[in-house]
Design a protein around this ligand. Sequence first.
Ligand SMILES: C[N+](C)(C)CCCC[C@H](N)C(=O)O
Ligand SMILES: O=C(O)CCC(=O)C(=O)O
Length: 477
Amino acid sequence: MWRAPVTRLPSHVFRLPASPRCAGTTLRTHPTPVRYPRRGLGQLTQAAALKPSSPKGPRASSAPSHPSKATLDSDDLPIVSLDGRKVAIGWNAETWSRFHNIWLRDHCRCSECFHAVTKQRLFDTFEIPADIQPLDVKAIPEGLQVTWPASTPHISLYPWSWLQTCSYDPPFPHLRPESESKTHQIIWGSKIQQAPPTVTYEEVMESGDFGLYKWLQNIDRFGFSFVNNVPVTTEATEELATRIGFIRETQYGKFWDFTSNMAKGDTAYTDLALSAHTDNTYFTDPAGLQMFHMLSHTEGSGGASLLVDGFYAASILRDLHPESYELLTRIPVPAHAVGEEGCLYRSSPPLGYPVLSVDRSSGALYQVRWNNDDRSVLGHVGGDELEKLYEAMRIWNRLLKISDLEYWVQLTPGTVVIMNNHRVLHGRSAFTGRRRMCGAYIGIDEYTSKLAVLEEKFSSRTSTPSEGQRSVWHPKF
Ligand SMILES: C[N+](C)(C)CCCC[C@H](N)C(=O)O
Ligand SMILES: O=C(O)CCC(=O)C(=O)O
């Protein structure tokens, strides 16, 4: 049985082994702090600075760390030079970035080129000559200053830290904001039941939003969170959901209040057991968050809830069954929801989406789509690949049922569970009696937007300026 080496974290949570990249989690390498060009390097004359730098100029080897302040000392500025159709910036003796001239002109964010409030581009990118050349490039304490040819020469200024965050030749991943959350992702197994991520209703509802931030950080890191002490009403549960964003309405309604009465044409509205699955595999954009609050269960038993970390299961599949992992990241699987007379939802495009969606550039897993009950006819997989696909699904299904991965919990009135439906699978055991459940979906974009806004508010990296308007140099757009 594959087990990630347990590190110094509590026994029920651990980070993936220090392999370069695992499903959904890229461990951050903390760059050794790098000094800016020493005085000697910073003293290039203006003319020298404009000379094309040596094409074999040193490439990035030690990634720079963000400058500790917005402006740099005049005698310690990066070297800047023209390099054909690019501008080269020497952060230190061996680390350079190169930005295409057209990229720099396109990304000018002065008030003429970029709307200071709406943060939308104001000029026509395609008016920029493909071979545009600066009249001048200069390193000044505030950043890289570039003068562009125009009837009245146009001056652009790019802050040093923004250039480092956006550097693409080479990229500095550890400076990208998305590296933060990926690094924070914590995968878990059944031992999470020792200390599941939990916040209180009072924390989440308090007006300062820090409790709400704590809740969303839980979801960002673990893929789910409980909320305790929630009033046992649909109204309080709905109000809790809308603290994150507007509810996603579907054919099941907006805020659901359901039981096993087949009110809707889906087995969720029965007392049957449901194996681990994600919802909405038939939607182009499956709901991002799913919230459940069990309001009552009388005259019966069972109905325990199941949570499985799909990113954990996928990392095991990747490491132990790479061929099956590859098939599940490549072969689309169609799905449908047609139980309601007035509905005939089927995947669009008709072939559907892979069970495991992987970012083709980084290789990081970003979504699990799995509901074997809602899967449609596999009519597009030919040859021996079909049997390999069934074998891959069999292995995947077996992984989801390993006791070390299953977190069974009996929900009780007053405790809400919310999960990231793109990562955490859920299910339930069969039950008897009358079981009343309520909840809602929230779109993935509403969730990630609210988390980003709260990060702006509470984290040091991207604080909103005192005047309340976010900077045009915000690292996230
Ligand atoms: C609305 N509520 C969550 C109660 C039921 C949703 C139906 C679940 C459906 N089989 C799916 O996997 O999407
Ligand atoms: O009834 C439950 O506990 C969960 C039902 C379910 O899996 C769903 O609605 O997707």
